[in-house]
Design a protein around this ligand. Structure first.
Ligand SMILES: [Zn+2]
Ligand SMILES: [Zn+2]
Length: 150
């Protein structure tokens, strides 16, 4: 967290929403959970979780939809591009959808998350750590309380 911040810009497919983050090396992950799969229509979603104070909306507005008792997902209402994911128990941080960054190469994933739901036909050989959702105590506790998945 001591490295100097790097401004990374991003936005949705239609251009109605633009944002930037002040990136300081926070954790980036690929989530294999079933809800990310549904929302993205892809095999997984990438996220980089940054302090909300380091995230700035520059243009347009993000529409939020509560996707479970513990989380909400933000997207562009015009083109439906997924942009952010917030958990109730993390008021200070927000998850930016890596694929909405102008330069996703700047934020390579550091781990796989939700691997209990990872598709069997997805063959990845990146050597990154693989965690199930139960292995994050904060998440597991929030989910236990809500009895829902992310
Ligand atoms: Zn859009
Ligand atoms: Zn997920």
């Amino acid at each position: 967290m001591n490295e100097p911040g790097r401004i990374l810009s991003g936005g949705c497919l239609c251009g109605a929403v633009r944002y930037e983050i002040d990136y300081r090396g926070e954790e980036a992950s690929l989530c294999h959970c079933a809800m990310c799969r549904r929302q993205s229509g892809g095999a997984f979603m990438g996220f980089v979780t940054v302090p909300r104070a380091h995230y700035r909306l520059l243009k347009g507005e993000i529409t939020y939809r509560r996707s479970s008792d513990i989380g909400r997902r933000g997207f562009c209402a015009e083109c439906a591009t997924p942009l952010v994911m917030d958990y109730n128990y993390e008021d200070e941080r927000t998850g930016i959808v890596t694929g909405s960054l102008d330069d996703p190469e700047a934020v390579p994933p550091m781990l796989h998350w939700g691997v209990e739901s990872m598709l069997s036909w997805l063959k990845l050989d990146d050597g990154l750590p693989r965690l199930s959702t139960d292995e994050d105590p904060e998440f597991a506790e929030a989910r236990r309380l809500a009895e829902r998945s992310c």
